[in-house]
Design a protein around this ligand. Structure first.
Ligand code: ATP
Ligand code: MG
Length: 179
């Protein structure tokens, strides 16, 4: 479902850079400090991560390219994650769903879904239950495997339910029962 990621002014990616994720497995290799983890940070960030620490920075503006000896700092950071929606899994009437997040040095920030300005909540609603969320199984980082293995049966079941796309139906059922 993940199709591509486009970055501009995000961390070490000063220039507009596009990563395509064709069917199958994509492996990203490179020397230490070349920006591999920055790509994962961008995926978490664009999907709404509000924690600078989980993006390995101190402040949210740390994601903006800070300049180098040869070029000035960027005024804004932008990331767009592109999902293939030909199966209609996402509740958007389009074959591709582009989620964009932009943040300016002034602190102003915005989210867009297919070029339309939206709220963070809309991004959250879009991806809930799809397994691609920031806390979902799709990003398994160092330490998470341990936590999954050590989790109790109930927590482990929750991980599989999110992965299988069941959790959103559970959330809806709970909502209906409460009325
Ligand atoms: P490793 O193999 O050690 O895990 P990596 O490929 O994952 O390395 P990253 O951690 O993604 O590397 O990249 C770190 C680099 O990104 C550092 O050189 C750091 O200076 C640079 N970087 C981080 N934030 C910014 C920023 N805001 N502006 C410019 N460069 C940045
Ligand atoms: Mg790394």
């Amino acid at each position: 479902m993940l199709k591509a990621l486009e970055l501009a002014g995000f961390k070490s990616f000063a220039d507009r850079t596009r990563f395509d994720f064709p069917d199958g497995i994509t492996v990203i290799v490179g020397p230490n400090g070349s920006g591999k983890s920055n790509i994962v940070d961008a995926m978490k960030w664009v999907l709404g991560s509000q924690s600078a620490k989980s993006l390995r920075g101190k402040e949210m503006s740390d994601v903006i390219f800070k300049g180098s000896q040869t070029r000035p700092a960027a005024g804004a950071a932008e990331a767009t994650i592109i999902f293939d929606n030909s199966s209609g899994n996402l509740p958007v009437d389009a074959p591709e769903v582009h989620v964009t997040r932009r943040v300016y040095r002034s602190g102003e920030s915005e989210y867009l879904i297919n070029q339309q300005a939206v709220r963070l909540k809309d991004v959250r609603d879009l991806i809930r239950g799809t397994g691609v969320g920031i806390d979902a199984y799709s990003l398994i980082e160092q330490g998470k495997v341990d936590r999954m293995l050590q989790a109790n049966a109930k927590d482990r079941r929750a991980i599989f339910e999110e992965a299988a796309g069941i959790s959103r139906f559970k959330a809806k059922k709970l909502e209906a029962e409460r009325r």
